[in-house]
Every structure is written in C-alpha cells, then in structure tokens.
Design a protein around this ligand. Structure first.
Ligand code: SF4
Length: 351
C-alpha cells in the first residue's frame, strides 16, 4: 500500500496531519509506504518523521515548476505505484495535483469550511451552540479527519484518532548546543508570541508582563521563540534576568521544534508553535483571538488549556487573517495577564 498525502501549508496544519500519518502507520505497519507533498519551508517538520518514507518539497515562491514536482512524484510512482492520494489541503493546487494522477483513487478532507463560515456570520450564543454541537461536532480537528476517513479503511479495527506525533532526532544536537551556550539547563517554559496573522497575536506588552510574572512566581527559565521577522519581540530585551532567553530570529524551524519538544509548557497564540509543542506531548496554553476554539484547533492534551473570550464580533474570520474592524482588538486585549497566570497555575506544572 502506497499513500500520498498532500498538504502544502501552513505550519500548524502540516503538523496536525502527522496524527493521520500515525494512525495510518498504526493500521498498516511496515507494509505501508507513505509519501507527503508539502511546501519547501515545512519540509523540516516532516523529513525525519518515522512514519513518513518520503517528503516531496515544492517551492512555489522560489520558482519551482509544477511540472518538476509532477515528474518527481512520477519517478517515485514508477518504483512504488501510488494506491491512494489523501488531499488534506482541498484547494485548487491540490485539486490540480490530483488531476495529474486522475486514475489514482483519492480522498479529500472535509475542512468544514461552510460550518466555519456560518460561525463567522451567525454569532449569537444560540446559533454558535447549534452550529458547534449539532453541525460542526466538537472533536479536535485531528480526530475529526481520522473519524471522517476511518470507515473507508476496511481494516481500521475501530482505531480512534491519535494525537501523538513521534518526532525524530533532528535538530537536537543543535538545540542542545544552543541551550548550553545560553546556560538554559534544567526545565524551562516557552513563550511563543507570534502568529501568522497579526490579529491572532496577544499584545506583546502582555507577553512581557507575563514573562516577568512567571519569573517571579516560578523557578523556571523562559525561552522566547519567534521568527526572524517578529522584531516586536525586542520588547523582551527590557527584562534583565539571566533566566530569560530571547531566541527570536535565532533558531531554524528544526531547532525550534527541538527546543519545544523539551519544554515544560508552551504559552502562545493559536499558532503553529503551539501545535508543534502539543504534537511532542508538551502541554500548551493557547490564547484565541479572532478565531474560535470550536473550529477544532484548540489544544487537546489533558493538561493543556485555552482562553477565549465570548464576544459578539467573534469569530470574525475563519483563519484570523482579516484586519480587526473594531476600534481595538477586544478579543485579545480582554484576555488579562492574571487570567493567563491563573490558567497556567491550573495546569499543575508550577516549579
Ligand atoms: S475584536 Fe472582534 S472584530 Fe476585532 S479581531 Fe477580535 S473578533 Fe475580530
């Protein structure tokens, strides 16, 4: 059996598909050959995953030609014919890929786009409950996909969704080196203040206050993880503590994964960093702004928590990409530092 999974982006969504990878691997064991097509920037999330045999990289922004990707897949198909394509992206791009292999059976994920759209339009409490519980279902998205697909695999043995993401040894030495270099030994917390779209970010001044408070009430060290463009994280440089390490822009995605995998907890927005942490079994505290936990992206570990305000304007878009139409970002600004600290304390990880 050879399955090709297609998910080009984004970071968190690519990570979440590894639950399906684990589930398929648990069904078919070593008899399964599993290939994955993704965007170049996310290859490092998958390339050492023990459940994946081959990762195809596509760099659209870097000028990769579509025909070259198809040729690469064709080359592998000659050796290992593809039995099934699972389209986890459900966009024109993934449709085009399926069309190139139109004789191969394909499954396409139901992303509940319509239900998510309804939630952004009918914001009254009654409709939210109706749409969420009756139409949407309340499972996390990782379980929903597997539960949608499982009857199509005749030998699914009634296996329910798994949320585990078994990671490989990549990046560990580098991140260990980094941690040693900065004298971050022992247990530490990660703060991940970034997100793909700015309305999804809890204000950085709140993250700074939170860091100060956590340094005061715990003995943990704190590592800040964010991308090269997230210069707003310079705000952390005003904290003078040798227990705080601001690694914004200093780590590759592999290194960030490795640092996250060793963290005690990760506190961040509804973003890929929290999904990576949870996939490594690390508890998360996720702060939701314009998106809604009912979309299925809330953390699901038993010690994980999330905070989300019930506002008349929320959710205002399905991905959090639309600019806020109010005079300020109430959905984020109404989440207070003391609420976050209280949620952190309820996770049972104090030191
Ligand atoms: S405050 Fe309301 S309108 Fe503004 S981003 Fe948040 S949910 Fe959307």
């Amino acid at each position: 059996m050879h399955i090709l999974i297609v998910r080009f982006s984004s970071m968190g969504d690519v990570v979440l598909q590894t639950a399906t990878v684990n589930w398929l691997r648990s069904l078919y064991g070593a008899s399964l050959r599993l290939s994955f097509v993704t965007s170049k920037e996310f290859v490092s999330l998958l390339e050492r995953h023990p459940g994946i045999n081959h990762v195809f990289s596509f760099d659209r922004r870097g000028g990769d030609k579509w025909s070259d990707l198809i040729k690469k897949i064709d080359g592998l198909e000659e050796e290992h014919p593809i039995d099934l394509i699972i389209d986890m992206h459900a966009t024109m791009r993934s449709f085009r890929l399926k069309m190139n292999f139109w004789t191969t059976p394909a499954l396409t994920v139901d992303k509940r786009r319509w239900e998510r759209f309804l939630l952004t339009k009918f914001k009254g409490a009654f409709f939210k409950r109706l749409i969420s519980e009756k139409v949407f279902g309340l499972e996390p998205q990782v379980e929903r996909i597997i539960n949608d697909f499982q009857d199509m695999f005749h030998d699914h043995h009634g296996v329910r969704a798994t949320k585990d993401y078994v990671h490989g040894p990549h990046g560990e030495m580098t991140s260990l080196g980094l941690l040693e270099e900065y004298k971050i030994e022992g247990e530490y917390l990660v703060l991940a203040p970034s997100a793909s779209f700015s309305p999804k970010r809890w204000p950085v001044k709140n993250f700074v206050e939170l860091a100060k408070k956590l340094l005061e009430i715990s003995s943990y060290k704190i590592v800040i993880l964010a991308g090269a463009d997230d210069n707003f994280c310079e705000a952390f440089n005003g904290i003078s503590s040798d227990r705080l390490l601001n690694l914004q822009g200093k780590t590759s995605l592999k290194e960030s994964m490795s640092i996250l995998s060793r963290a005690k907890i990760c506190i961040g927005n509804d973003s890929g960093m929290n999904h990576i942490a949870e996939a490594h079994g690390v508890s998360c505290l996720t702060l939701f702004g314009p998106t809604d936990p009912r979309f299925g992206f809330a953390p699901h570990g038993c010690s994980s928590r999330y905070l989300s305000k019930e506002l008349w304007c929320k959710p205002c878009s399905t991905t959090g990409s639309k600019p806020c139409f109010r005079d300020k970002l109430y959905c984020m600004e109404e989440i207070t530092v003391s609420e976050v600290v209280k949620a952190y304390e309820s996770m049972g990880v104090q030191a």
